[in-house]
Design a protein around this ligand. Structure first.
Ligand code: F0G
Length: 448
């Protein structure tokens, strides 16, 4: 069934509420607010069975193998006949079905022992086995699909590394140009080399990610580029499939918690949107709580949400969040010369561009935010390795964040928790350095 006129864009600010056609090229509303992709029709719950059979029954159809496009009815902004595979091929961007294909939640006994919970209650979902090595491929498949749909010739992003790797990969595969703005000297070597390998045009910015994003947005506007950072609402659509896969694996019985590292807050936003929609459609009866884990060195959301700045706890507040408080916090960082600083460079972000969608997600899910140290994240990363799974330092935040929230009795002993491991190791020397220091908790130093 083709549903033309079903999908459109809507500003998230209830006061503004501007709407745009789905083929609009703006990633923000004309007043600079974030946009949502909206669908007029409610998908039938019978699709749960369709999803379960795709990939098993239909070998060779890449859109059924893909962990993103397997759920294409729930992100059908192309308004295509989703059963028509020729139509899928004409519209949907996929790396041969590999995006999201390998991702599902696992029990990891060494991690649950470290965290202090029963193995049955803890699930960790590695997104690092995506084709470019991070969760970004989920959202990049959908963002580049929209870029192609509107005829964009060039995609543009700023990145702490994984976005640029993913954007470069899809752009090369689709034969479109890709410019990536990176904070010079501040991204992991394995990520930088991917952007070069995929033939992206690197633009080195003398500053941090926040500076690189600003420059990339200006350049995209002035030179007809299509921005694929997570402020693009079509990125959020593809990333909804991360919780879809977790929920499907748990037979659509909601866990108590879904836990993410927090950077620009695209993941928090997409998980929130996925849960809001599933709940509204009656596909889930319980809403999992979202926990966001910041690095202590880049803790904007944690500081503001927990009232560590001027004593006010920043909230969505029915669509009227105190944006002045956010502006004052940024002014304070600038005045004091405080720059985000963490070895987990993926989440070294001071100005999370999706903060308002993040607050909305936390409001809907009764979420919590906390922060963890670099040493803790390294332990989290390392204990995942002891289970035979790869992940990067920022992903370690999910593991130690769960541990911390359990110790603080915010997560209860019997709660079922899904932690997202956002990316695989691309900073080759981090595990080497970790294991060569016998003082580290999980270190296995080399024999001499
Ligand atoms: N984990 C990893 C491995 C990441 O690469 C990122 C973000 C995050 C977590 C944070 O996710 O932004 O959705 O809150 N990396 C971006 C990049 C910013 O440019 O690769 P978020």
């Amino acid at each position: 069934m083709t549903l033309h006129g079903d999908a459109y864009l809507k500003c998230i600010d209830p006061k503004c509420g501007l709407e745009y056609p789905i083929k609009s090229t703006n990633v923000q509303c004309e007043k600079g607010h974030l946009l949502d992709v909206k669908y007029k029709n409610k998908p039938s719950e019978k699709l749960k069975d369709v999803f379960a059979h795709r990939g098993i029954m239909d070998e060779g159809i890449i859109f059924n193998e893909s962990g993103v496009w397997r759920f294409r009815e729930l992100l059908n902004f192309c308004e295509i006949d989703t059963e028509n595979i020729d139509e899928c091929s004409n519209f949907l961007v996929s790396l041969d079905g590999a995006e999201g294909r390998q991702s599902k939640p696992y029990h990891m006994t060494r991690a649950s022992a470290f965290i202090g919970t029963s193995s049955d209650n803890l699930w960790l979902q590695p997104e690092g086995y995506n084709p470019s090595g991070s969760f970004k491929d989920n959202g990049m498949a959908s963002a580049v699909t929209h870029a192609k749909m509107i005829g964009a010739k060039k995609i543009v992003c700023a990145s702490t590394g994984n976005t640029s790797a993913s954007a470069g990969m899809f752009a090369a595969n689709e034969g479109i140009q890709c410019d990536v703005y990176i904070p010079a000297g501040q991204i992991a070597p394995g990520k930088l080399s991917q952007a070069y390998q995929f033939g992206a045009q690197i633009v080195e910015v003398n500053g941090n990610f926040d500076d690189a994003l600003k420059q990339s947005l200006d350049d995209a506007k002035n030179h007809d580029g299509y921005t694929v950072n997570s402020l693009n609402p079509f990125r959020i659509e593809g990333q909804k499939t991360i919780p879809y896969r977790a929920l499907e694996y748990l037979k659509w019985a909601s866990p108590d918690w879904i836990v993410y590292p927090g950077g620009a807050l695209g993941n928090t936003s997409s998980c929130g949107k996925a849960l809001m929609e599933l709940y509204e459609w009656g596909w889930i009866s319980k809403v999992p709580r979202i926990a966001v884990i910041n690095s202590e060195g880049a803790s904007t959301l944690s500081d503001l949400y927990n009232g560590k700045f001027q004593g006010e706890e920043l909230r969505w507040n029915k669509g009227k969040p105190n944006t002045e408080l956010i502006a004052e916090y940024y002014a304070y960082l600038d005045k004091e010369g405080i720059r985000p600083k963490t070895k987990a460079t993926a989440i070294q972000i001071g100005r999370p561009v999706n903060i308002l969608k993040g607050l909305r997600a936390l409001d809907f899910t009764d979420g919590v935010v906390t922060s963890v140290s670099d040493a803790e994240m390294l332990d989290g990363m390392s204990v995942v390795g002891l289970n035979g799974f790869d992940c990067e330092m920022a992903s370690g935040a999910s593991v130690v964040g769960i541990k911390k929230l359990l110790e603080d009795e915010i997560i209860k002993k019997d709660d079922v928790v899904v932690g997202i491991l956002t990316g695989r190791q691309k900073d080759a020397m981090l595990p080497v350095d970790y294991h060569n220091n016998p003082e580290n908790k999980f270190a296995i130093p080399p024999k001499i």
